[in-house]
Design a protein around this ligand. Structure first.
Ligand SMILES: NC(=O)c1ccc[n+]([C@@H]2O[C@H](COP(=O)([O-])OP(=O)(O)OC[C@H]3O[C@@H](n4cnc5c(N)ncnc54)[C@H](OP(=O)(O)O)[C@@H]3O)[C@@H](O)[C@H]2O)c1
Length: 237
């Protein structure tokens, strides 16, 4: 049996999602890139395809569940199983100085529609394909800002609360799926120099994908199901 995997990555056109796509595809895995329809996404996909990598692109705004439904119609037709779903796409649009008092309803809705409802709906739609894999895995991108048991590191109310909800999704889904072949984990990649992380972050993108890459590829017996990871170790919620 081949050890090459089929992996869905949301937000695969830039930042950590693109770096993970490049690294995992370079090792012979097939990556289903879920990206918003944009010039950048089309360009990135073409260049990976021209490099001979096994990549497929599905255009969806994950904040719109109907678009997720549409791409899964074609994914179900093209793939019998998927080994890993990486819920990477997210936004942080709160602004540095935002508090709940100044936050707009639009920001709350956009953030939750993308960061938590998008990841929940992606997970739901991927489940039948993950169940068909020898061993399925869901990796949810959380954040240090999503902690519930350590002091918050910054303002960003909508982003922080959405990432706590992502951790809750991991916690819940791991329990729901505990008697299946599917493991579910959360990851904090650390503070990384991407568009989202900004130029002052201490980690380069290569360092930021270290733990997510490890979680996607490590043997199942080295993984603790339903846990929150940072630097390849389980951390507190
Ligand atoms: N960078 C950090 O310091 C840091 C720290 C902790 C956690 N994280 C988490 O790590 C993950 C990746 O972050 P990043 O730093 O790589 O961010 P990034 O550079 O801003 O990239 C975000 C990606 O998500 C996509 N995306 C956003 N909204 C989307 C939507 N509605 N539908 C489809 N795709 C969408 C973007 O696509 P477009 O190009 O179309 O916008 C882009 O590809 C996120 O979950 C983030 O919360 C990052």
């Amino acid at each position: 049996m081949s050890n090459k995997k089929t992996i869905i990555i949301t937000g695969a056109n830039r930042g950590l999602g693109l770096a993970l796509t490049e690294k995992l595809a370079a090792e012979g895995n097939t990556i289903i890139m879920v990206c918003r329809d944009s010039e950048n996404a089309r360009k990135v996909f073409k260049s990976l395809q021209s490099a001979g990598l096994s990549v497929v692109i599905k255009y969806a705004d994950i904040a719109i569940p109907q678009q997720i439904d549409t791409i899964f119609e074609s994914i179900y037709n093209e793939f019998k199983s998927v080994d890993v779903l990486i819920n990477n796409a997210a936004i942080n649009i709160d602004g540095e100085k935002t508090s709940l008092e100044t936050l707009s309803l639009e920001t709350i809705e956009k953030t939750f529609n993308t960061n938590i409802i998008g990841s929940m709906w992606m997970s739901k739609k991927a489940l039948p394909l993950l169940k068909n894999a020898a061993e399925g895995r869901i990796i949810n991108f959380s954040s240090g800002l999503g902690h519930l048991t350590v002091p918050r590191m910054g303002p960003f109310p909508a982003y922080s609360i959405s990432k706590t909800a992502v951790n809750s999704l991991t916690h819940y889904l791991a329990e729901e799926l505990k008697d299946t072949n599917i493991s579910v984990v959360s990851v904090d990649p650390g503070w990384v120099r991407t568009d989202l992380g900004g130029p002052n972050a201490p980690l380069a993108i290569e360092e930021g994908i270290d733990t997510p890459y490890w979680l996607a590829t490590v043997e199942k017996d080295k993984l603790e199901n339903g846990k929150f990871y940072k630097e390849k170790s389980v951390i507190t919620w």
